[in-house]
Design a protein around this ligand. Structure first.
Ligand code: CA
Length: 335
């Protein structure tokens, strides 16, 4: 009798498994990456923006990483500070000749004192996105890569989930010119927190192809690596290469590519690159995943709704989307 009951339970479990497999088969294979956190709703790359994003149940939260003067890996999008902090008021005499305040010129102790704000235009002093969180309000701080990993791992424990991290090495060449090795420091923090192989819930991304190749071949990293691609900002290594040659070369060291979706589709922004849409098919032929950036509900290009824009991801057969609106993307792809 006991055997029969457990057999029944097993059959039900298998059926349930099959059904849930089928349910996840349609649109829900799409990976949702919270771009700089829930950056449409709270100032980008702040811990509150990451906590809010976490609650929206994306697959990954994104971290951009830049080094401080004393080699602390800081989560921030730009290598300079003036568009997302009050640095110009707090340290007015610390800008370089180009008028910018570089993260690398400040110690972590100094960086910790800055107020973070919703992104603004330093010339007009106005918000970059009109309808987002008001600039220079409430109180937000910078944080270190380890602070964010500890928060995500803590939430994974307390909420019994497994949200991944998606770390970008920002401008490694700039860091090298300043006498610093950003990749080595980031890899060592990742290792400390248990991220060393493709099986760990971590993806490492970079625009710099030489650096990403080095991470695989010289530093012997076994992490899932994504080569970011933006024509016009394309790595020297890919200049004068056909899309076929480029993708083949990437497949030697990376597991995926991250193209700018606007360069693949027609739109009034007129940034489409002829034949660039082919890279999706070419990438899949080389077993590379394709995670495109950045899907924003408040930047619809020619689309009449965010759903219509997200549909593009399905039509293009993308494997993942970076989005400032993880709640809407999760709603669209997963529910
Ligand atoms: Ca990024």
């Amino acid at each position: 009798m006991k055997f029969k009951v457990s057999l029944c339970v097993s059959i039900l479990a298998i059926l349930g498994g099959l059904m849930s497999c089928r349910q996840t088969k349609n649109k829900s294979n799409m990976i949702v990456i919270a771009h700089r956190g829930a950056s449409a709703y709270l100032p980008e790359h702040t811990l509150p923006a990451k906590a809010l994003a976490y609650g929206m149940q994306p697959d990954f939260l994104e971290q951009d990483v830049v080094l401080s003067k004393d080699n602390v890996p800081v989560v921030i999008h730009d290598i300079h500070l003036e568009t997302t902090t009050n640095v110009a008021h707090a340290f007015p005499d610390r800008k370089r000749e180009d008028g910018k305040f570089y993260v690398i010129d400040f110690t972590w102790k100094e960086l910790e004192t800055l107020q973070v704000t919703e992104r603004f235009n330093t010339k007009t002093q106005e918000a970059v996105f009109d309808d987002r969180f008001p600039i220079h309000t409430s109180t937000f701080k910078l944080h270190r890569l380890q602070d964010e990993i500890e928060m995500i791992q803590g939430l994974n424990k307390s909420m019994r989930k497994n949200v991944g991290i998606y770390v970008e090495i920002k401008e490694p060449q700039f860091h090298e010119n300043e006498g610093k090795n950003l990749s080595e420091i980031v890899l060592s923090v990742l290792e400390t927190y248990g991220y060393t192989t493709r099986k760990d819930n971590c993806i490492l991304q970079c625009f710099d192809a030489i650096e990403l190749k080095k991470i695989r071949q010289e530093y012997k990293s076994d992490l899932f690596l994504v080569q970011l691609l933006e024509i016009g900002y394309l790595d020297e290594a890919f200049k004068d290469k056909t899309p076929q040659q480029m993708i083949k070369e990437i497949a030697v060291y990376a597991d995926g590519i991250g193209p700018w979706y606007k360069q693949i589709i027609d739109g009034k922004d007129k940034v489409k690159i002829p034949d660039f849409h082919k890279i999706v098919t070419l990438a899949h032929q080389q077993n590379l995943k394709v995670h495109a950036f950045t899907f924003r509900a408040d930047d619809l290009v020619d689309f009449s709704s965010f759903e219509e824009l997200l549909e593009v991801a399905t039509t293009l057969h993308l494997d993942g989307v970076f989005t400032d609106h993880p709640d809407l993307a999760v709603d669209y792809f997963k529910k």
